[in-house]
Design a protein around this ligand. Structure first.
Ligand SMILES: [Zn+2]
Length: 227
């Protein structure tokens, strides 16, 4: 790209990010607008970055003050990199597309820099663990309980919810494996009528687990579940 239009196009294109964010002086704004009128390519580019700018506009300005500002030559470095990349390309037909994507990326980087946004990657939210509801029998009077199992690589977790466990009394939970071994899964204190939510972890894998029991301080079974 060369000639007076090419230079202007290149210069104004780099200003599109700031334009979208409303960071230009009135004179610069007029220049960009005049250029946009005559250049569908820049209009398309602006349409691509405008939604991003709208989101950045909602960012707390006080928070932005603390973020590092980009180096002043960032734009120039990106353009130099693009030119380098172009020269490496051997298939001329692909040039336009590559250049276009690279320029869009540069414009977006410019918007990000102008907005002071440093982190782009959105951390994927892990799926919640699968819960397996199991039938729970409350043996002791006054106790109500339900439970879900969570299979982990290290063993099965029992998510126990219930009421009526005597306040201050220590209850022990054990998971039974398919050989009949009762493997400790932890203890909890009763909280009376308040709902208790307790996660109990055992080293028995879900596939090997066949039951769990809650016993009170006397060793009497209060709650049991066969699954
Ligand atoms: Zn242009």
């Amino acid at each position: 790209m060369s000639g007076p239009h090419g230079d202007e196009h290149r210069e104004l294109r780099e200003m599109l990010g700031s334009y979208a964010l409303g960071h230009l002086s009135p004179a610069e704004r007029d220049r960009v607008r005049a250029h946009l009128d005559g250049d569908p390519e820049c209009r398309a580019e602006l349409a691509e970055i405008a939604p991003l700018a709208a989101r950045l506009a909602g960012v707390d300005a006080d928070a932005l003050d603390a973020t590092p500002t980009p180096p002043p030559d960032l734009g120039a470095r990106i353009m130099a990199r693009i030119a380098e990349e172009e020269q490496r390309r051997v298939v001329p037909l692909r040039r336009a597309g590559v250049r276009r994507r690279a320029l869009a990326a540069a414009a977006v980087a410019g918007v990000a820099a102008a907005g002071g946004v440093v982190g782009w990657a959105v951390r994927p939210v892990p799926d919640p663990p699968p819960l397996e509801p199991v039938a729970v029998e409350a043996v002791a009077p006054g106790v109500e309980a339900r439970a879900d199992l969570v299979p982990h690589t290290w063993g099965v977790e029992v998510k126990l919810t219930g009421t009526g466990f005597e306040r201050g009394e220590v209850y022990r939970v054990a998971v039974t494996d398919d050989s009949g071994n009762e493997v400790p899964a932890g203890e909890f204190l009763g909280v009376g009528a308040t709902e208790l939510r307790c996660n109990l972890n055992s080293s028995v894998l879900r596939d090997d687990a066949v039951a769990f029991e809650v016993v009170d301080a006397d060793g009497d079974v209060v709650v049991r579940s066969d699954f």
